[in-house]
Design a protein around this ligand. Sequence first.
Ligand SMILES: [Zn+2]
Length: 175
Amino acid sequence: MSLDEVHRYRLECPYCGSNELEVVEVLHEIPFFGKVILSSMRCSRCGYRKSDVANLEFKPPARYELKVEGPEDLNVRVVRSSTATIQIPELGIEVKPGPIAEGFISNVEGVLHRVKRIVEQLLRDSESPEEAERAREVLHKIERALQGEFPFTLIIDDPYGNSFIAPKPSQQPRS
Ligand SMILES: [Zn+2]
């Protein structure tokens, strides 16, 4: 992954109205996919933050499915834009797109850590022992998945084609 270009500017914060929202844009070249811009914004006045990924080229709607079968698959590169849905059927997980969804450039392990934080929040907010128990079961599976001991399917669906799962190293086309 090469980082070429950084833009930095300030905008008006949509939450507190101050001009303290700092935006940083970095161009990333993703092998087998293309150029994307990762933008991160943060307001130093109210703490509002958001990050997202946008593609520089027009891409058709895309759906990627990766079978994660062992520790080596945890390093596979993942690009998720706020326009994409993430699903892990084996964990009963669906992360929906939308204005509060975060975009990121990471790998399978990074996706698991993000999902883990969401489930930990569900556990804290659970309203019944059954809900808490279900969340704990999912967390246990995520822990095993982070060790490469729980095979699962990572599905990313993006109607705007901004997202991507790299092919596994063994399946990458030779140049
Ligand atoms: Zn603000």
